[in-house]
Design a protein around this ligand. Structure first.
Ligand code: F6P
Length: 473
């Protein structure tokens, strides 16, 4: 089998061209697929995507040959005039808010839609120019940036095995219907054999949209379009449990040092990309409420708030950053003292070992998005706690809540509920912590990243062979 991954980003982001400097790309998509390729021992694979930052066309050849030789990646050059409208524009100002069911934040611009179409064509060209596609090739397209690509590929390779996986939510049909280009988007996706989602809710939303917009009905997720069988199904993305469950002295030293530096105060940890969907501001309001209500926590609790820079070119993200930073300053200014800073704020991405050390050092982790496709951080935290201690507070609106029911599940829109959940977590007896973590860890082991990828690929195999049978009838 040959696996061709096509996603907006390759797993490496370029930070400098002279000399060439690469860092790991952010986000769950990259870490998940990377882990799947390794765990499944796939040797024949290639990954097509954007290099993650603006590069000059003249540097591309050097970047390209290094990436192809050293990392199996084929970088795509997106011209400056398309990049902003494609990435900051249509992908992140139209699709992102709409798919997270925040239609008031979505904008609809014809020129951005055009750029989106053109960039999808660039990805298509990169595939046909660089990869030999045969009957053993699986073309696996990822996420909302590339929803037109499956049909482009299907038209060129009618018999290809094509899968598409959406890493963000699919909104209810009433919300999706607001997209002026809804028909084109759905028709684009229907080029795939299998269209995968993280939760049953998103799969159902997609199938209901198909019925509403294109009048296509299904039976158990299977439907026929252009005389082809297509399947929409649920594949909740897992993690590489061993990577987070690792025994490592260096990590343990870091855990100890975090605890020592903070004088063994209780630690609440929070880590997200900076995004208005993540509910970071409400989290701060809840912490503030807690400090007001429970004076005994003052001086004894620290919130480590780690925010990973993201989409800095989009105004809404810039505004969000200012609001969050003002609130942090207000809380620290009001409650803080020479001995105690209530919130330790870091605006950077953490290397994986440091991240694991934070997961292990904390007493409570706060993951409270307003809406989130899956949220792998929740799963990583659970997997990393070999000591079976620590409490996960998780929003009911994260896809992960469907699998992690032993967490303290909260509605992030209620500051009171959040504040009470933090209080309950800080007061939770250790045996209850262990009981909850153990159940979740067992579930994570059963449906890990390997199982997720294998299930998806098997489904593509099954549906494409049904297509072949249909053809011979
Ligand atoms: O989860 C959705 C997603 O867009 C992923 O594709 C990616 O892993 C993550 O968010 C990071 O976003 P961006 O690529 O815009 O930095």
């Amino acid at each position: 089998m040959k696996l061709v991954i096509i996603a907006n980003r390759i797993p490496l982001t370029i930070r400098g061209t002279d000399p060439l400097i690469f860092v790991r790309s952010p986000g769950g998509l990259v870490s998940g697929i990377d882990a799947f390729i390794k765990k499944a021992n796939i040797s024949d694979w290639v990954w097509i995507g954007w290099v993650g930052s603006r590069v000059k066309k003249r540097d591309l050849e050097k970047i390209r040959s290094t990436l192809i030789q050293e990392s199996n990646c084929i970088p795509i050059y997106i011209p400056e005039k398309l990049l902003d409208k494609f990435y900051n524009g249509f992908s992140n100002k139209t699709l992102w808010p709409l798919f997270h069911n925040m239609p008031d934040l979505a904008t609809y611009k014809q020129d951005e839609w055009q750029s989106y179409q053109e960039v999808n064509k660039l990805f298509f060209r990169a595939l046909i120019d660089n990869v030999e596609v045969d009957k053993d090739t699986y073309i696996w397209i990822h996420d909302y940036h590339l929803m037109l690509l499956p049909s482009m590929v299907r038209e060129f390779y009618p018999d290809a095995k094509i899968g598409f996986f959406l890493h963000i939510p699919f909104p209810p049909p009433e919300t999706f219907a607001q997209l002026p280009w809804k028909r084109e988007t759905l028709e684009g996706l229907l080029g795939a054999d299998v269209i995968g989602f993280h939760t049953y809710e998103y799969t159902t939303n997609f199938l209901r949209s198909l019925s509403r917009v294109l009048g296509i009905e299904h039976s158990m997720g299977e439907l026929v379009y252009n005389s082809r069988i297509i399947k929409a199904d649920t594949f909740p993305m897992g993690i590489d449990v061993d990577k987070f469950n690792v025994k490592d002295d260096e990590i343990e030293e870091q855990v100890l040092s975090i605890k020592q530096v903070l004088h063994y105060k209780k630690i609440i940890f929070s880590v997200d990309r900076l995004d208005y969907t993540k509910g970071i501001y409400n989290r701060l309001l809840a912490y503030e409420d807690l400090l007001k209500r429970r004076e005994d926590f003052r001086n004894n609790v620290v919130l480590i708030l780690n925010i990973v820079p993201s989409r800095e070119g989009v105004e809404h993200y810039q505004r969000m950053k200012r609001q969050i930073e003002e609130k942090i300053a207000e809380i620290n200014g009001y409650f803080g003292s020479v001995e105690w800073v209530p919130i330790l704020y870091h605006y950077k991405s953490l290397p994986v070992n440091e991240l694991i050390a934070h997961y292990r050092a904390c007493d409570v982790i706060l993951i409270t998005p307003i809406k989130d496709g899956m949220n792998l951080v929740a799963k990583e935290f659970v997997a990393s706690r070999q000591d079976l201690k620590g409490v996960l507070i998780l929003s009911e609106f994260a896809g992960a809540a469907k699998e992690l029911g032993e967490a303290l599940i909260v509605n992030p829109n209620s500051i009171e509920e959040l504040s009470k959940a933090i209080e309950a977590a800080l007061d939770m007896p250790e045996d209850e912590q262990s009981f909850r973590l153990k159940a979740m860890q067992e579930r994570l082991r059963r449906y890990d990243i390997l199982r997720w990828g294998n299930d998806f690929i098997s489904s593509v195999k099954e549906i494409s062979s049904k297509r072949e049978i249909l053809k011979t009838k």
